[in-house]
Design a protein around this ligand. Structure first.
Ligand SMILES: Nc1ncnc2c1ncn2[C@@H]1O[C@H](COP(=O)(O)OP(=O)(O)O)[C@@H](O)[C@H]1O
Ligand SMILES: O=C(O)[C@H](O)[C@@H](O)[C@H](O)[C@H](O)COP(=O)(O)O
Length: 182
């Protein structure tokens, strides 16, 4: 895989449908890098959590206040000259435009897998508010990264630690916040 050095500060937005591994991979990645980490699910208003828990997909209107919070977190990192990692499904291109409203400093990491693979993982995930039955609506809303958008697509097949390392290798990033290779 060819290395693409990042211009820092940078926030990696780990995106994809529910169950694609965002929380698992992003926490590993942030821990290895020593970068600030935020769980995008924690930024949802309670009304959104309740709606999803009841099995109803969010609308654009439901998502906008949440995306604003995600964008604020990103902006704060960049304003402070800090690197960061945040999870956010960021399913539509218009949502990603909100998150990347500066037009620089954001790189999306799209965790890509088939409905079959991801639904099997959701069937094994317990104690999470998001019902596995929502996966179809997540794929229906998903707009994959287009060529003009900053980001990479990573297959969710390998183990989480391998995926985290692939992301680091892709961007020439080294553990413990030492930044990219010279
Ligand atoms: N690469 C992977 N290989 C196998 N299982 C995974 C992988 N990534 C995540 N999982 C498991 O799949 C489920 C969904 O992962 P999670 O991180 O909660 O996804 P998301 O945050 O995108 O909803 C969890 O039970 C997690 O342990
Ligand atoms: O935009 C949305 O519909 C939600 O944000 C959704 O995509 C997100 O993934 C949920 O917060 C579920 O949480 P998990 O992704 O952790 O399952």
């Amino acid at each position: 895989m060819a290395t693409t050095p990042l211009s820092e500060p940078v926030v990696l937005v780990v995106m994809g449908v529910s169950g694609s591994g965002k929380s698992t991979v992003a926490a590993l990645l942030a821990g290895r890098l020593g970068w600030a980490f935020e769980e995008g699910d924690a930024l949802h208003p309670q009304t959104n959590i309740d709606k999803m828990a009841a099995g109803h997909p969010l609308t654009d209107e439901d998502r906008y206040p949440w995306l604003e919070k995600v964008a604020e977190w990103v902006d704060q990192r960049l304003d402070h000259g800090e690197n960061g990692v945040i999870t956010c499904s960021a399913l539509k291109r218009s949502y990603r435009s909100i998150i990347n409203r500066r037009g620089s400093g954001v790189v999306f990491v799209f965790l890509s897998g088939t409905p079959q693979t991801i639904s099997a993982r959701l069937a094994e995930r317990h104690g999470h508010f998001m019902p596995a039955s929502m996966l179809g609506s997540q794929f229906a809303d998903l707009e994959e990264l287009s060529p003009g958008e900053p980001g990479i697509r990573i297959d969710v097949g390998p183990a989480p630690g391998v995926i985290a390392q692939q992301i680091m290798d892709k961007f020439g990033l080294r553990p413990s916040g030492t930044g990219r290779e010279p």
